[in-house]
Write a protein that binds this ligand. Structure first.
Ligand code: GLC
Ligand code: CA
Length: 560
């Protein structure tokens, strides 16, 4: 496990421990919204470089950088125009190298995002595919088909894209291409060996530059069986997702990852990877196996209510799954795709009728629109968020944190339509508000044009209440969320001496308590009534501040 070292400019102190990732705290940076080094309103590598000490003081083991590659930003950078370069608005390759060096010098590893399901429509390959015309080798890198209808004027199938609307788009000569996400994100053809070879080149390109690991975007959708006749949307829905579904979670995607694994293992220490795979839990171990990507996100906590029974079931089942794959589990409460957890937990639970139909949207469904800001109890959300975070940080496995959650930051709901950027918003014609609210640039100071994000404005509007969450304020406040995160991360390495967890009976169904190696204990009270702790217990961390009892909606850590 990497250690925290305070002095800047130290030579690298990265351990050569090949299993550093098993219990690492990985901090996700959404580069356009972290820190702006040149004052153009867009976060950049220089900005991140200027905040490396902040990351070291926070005590994270690794940072994961969301895409910083050249992109027209049709999908926040997940539309990549060139996989082996830096967007000029974000920086240069030389700055990237400098950043890796600076992070390594503080013992922080670097994970980059790989987006293999689709390229941008501005990628050189796609432009050539459109120009070269039907039947060309260039089109074989993507998924082009003739349309249906008398003159091919209708899309080949009625499939929908994840962002809404048809999954097919027509080009000038009349053919259609498949895009499971935005129109600007044509799906690649993973049966084409050229596509496979090019991604190996990309992985090597970054690994050679010192990158320690990779986060694999939509890892469950690369390979497809497009044998004619293609099924309809209704037919697709009836096909079990057991490894043979034409589009999702196919067994043959692991042939790709076996090849990647050989690449990762050719480095010392081996490069790591984590799959973003939204698949049935039972199939997660396929991605997490050491022969495949080695680790997979578990999004169960992110989808759960703040509820003891749900949390306990999720922990138990995911530790079992991790044991099956030989990997460690991962835990996530927030990322760039979902409503921040401080906000989710401050909203009433979504109400459903007996059939599961949504009656009133709130909590996790807020993203889908309809969640009124007036329903939000900010303080309660923050209280529960800190409790859930300390619970998560006490678990065996690796924790993925999303920039701003260490400030207790809330989702920004009030963004004007004309300032929104997320394709979800546009393709759903506004019925889904989209993900911009968790991507608003961070407040570093309580004053100034962009709260210290940069010299001038910010590419998404920051609300006035961001001042209360500014790093500058929280840093000097021992009761702040930031101070709590710092203390937790500093203590965590001692708590992570092994990967075992044992539940302790609490006599209450709203209180969870578990032990960790060496005698550490974590107690979370999901209810409202205080939970007493034995006299003499060595409480070293408490999300409520109280050290003699576990207050409602809080967590304490007890040291041996
Ligand atoms: C992943 C990313 C998301 C992106 C999508 C398409 O789910 O996390 O942000 O929109 O893939 O690349
Ligand atoms: Ca900038």
């Amino acid at each position: 496990m990497a250690q925290h070292l305070a002095e800047p400019n130290a030579t690298t102190i990265l351990s050569d421990d090949a299993s550093w990732w098993r219990q690492a705290v990985v901090y996700q940076i959404y580069p356009r919204s972290f820190a702006d080094g040149n004052g153009d309103g867009i976060g950049d590598l220089k900005g991140i470089l200027s905040r490396v000490d902040y990351l070291a003081d926070l005590g994270v083991d690794a940072v994961w950088l969301s895409p910083f590659y050249p992109s027209a930003l049709a999908d926040g950078g997940y539309d990549v125009a060139d996989y082996r370069d830096v967007d000029p608005r974000i920086g240069t390759l030389a700055e990237f190298d400098e950043l890796v060096e600076a992070l390594h010098a503080r013992g922080i590893r670097v994970v980059v995002d790989i987006v293999p399901n689709h390229t941008s429509n501005l990628h050189e390959w796609f432009r050539r595919a459109v120009a070269a015309g039907r039947g060309s080798a260039e089109r074989e890198r993507y998924i082009f088909r003739d349309g249906s209808g008398a003159n091919g004027e209708l899309p080949p199938t009625d499939w929908l894209s994840v962002f809404g609307g048809s999954a097919w788009e027509r080009v000038d000569d009349g053919q259609w291409y498949l895009h499971n996400f935005a129109v600007e994100q044509p799906d690649l053809n993973w049966s084409n060996p050229e596509v496979r070879a090019d991604f190996v080149k990309t992985l090597r390109f970054w690994a050679d530059r010192g990158v320690d690991g990779f986060r694999i975007d939509v890892a469950h959708m690369l390979t497809k069986d497009l044998t004619e006749p293609l099924p309809s949307r209704a037919e697709l829905e009836l096909i079990p997702r057991d490894g043979k579904h034409p589009l999702i979670d196919r067994d043959d995607v692991h042939e790709v990852y076996a090849e990647w694994r050989a690449v990762f293992n050719s480095y010392d220490p081996p490069r790591t990877a984590v799959a973003e795979a939204w698949v049935d839990s039972a199939r997660v171990p396929l991605y997490a196996r050491p022969e495949s990507l080695g680790q997979s996100f578990n999004f169960d906590l992110l989808l759960a209510d703040f509820d003891a029974a749900q949390f306990r079931d999720i922990v138990t089942s995911n530790l079992d799954l991790a044991a099956l794959s030989g990997s460690s589990s991962t835990w996530v409460l927030s990322n760039h795709d979902v409503v921040r957890h401080a906000t989710r937990y401050g909203l009433p639970k979504t109400r459903r009728d007996e059939s599961g139909k949504t009656l009133e949207k709130a909590g996790n469904d807020w993203l889908l629109g309809g969640g009124a800001e007036s329903q939000l109890d900010r303080e309660r959300g923050e209280r529960r968020a800190s409790a859930a975070t300390l619970f998560l940080l006490g678990l065996p496995g690796s924790a993925y944190l999303y920039q701003g959650e260490e400030l207790g930051l809330h989702e920004v709901a009030d963004i004007a339509d004309e300032q929104r950027q997320d394709p979800t918003f546009f393709r759903s014609e506004g019925s889904e508000i989209g993900r911009d609210g968790c991507r608003v640039p961070l407040p570093w100071s309580a004053h100034g044009a962009s709260f210290g994000f940069g010299a001038d404005g910010a590419h998404l509007p920051q609300p006035g209440w961001f001042a209360e969450y500014a790093v500058e304020r929280e840093e000097v406040d021992p009761a702040s969320t930031l101070s709590l995160y710092r203390r937790a991360l500093a203590l965590r390495h001692a708590l992570q001496s092994g990967e075992q967890l044992g539940w302790i009976e609490t006599g209450r169904d709203d209180v969870l308590r578990f032990t960790r190696p060496g005698g550490w204990q974590v107690v979370t009270n999901f209810g409202s009534e205080d939970y007493p702790i034995e006299d003499g217990a060595n409480v070293v961390l408490s999300s409520s501040g109280a050290t003699d009892v576990v207050r409602g909606e809080s967590t304490v850590w007890i040291a041996p």
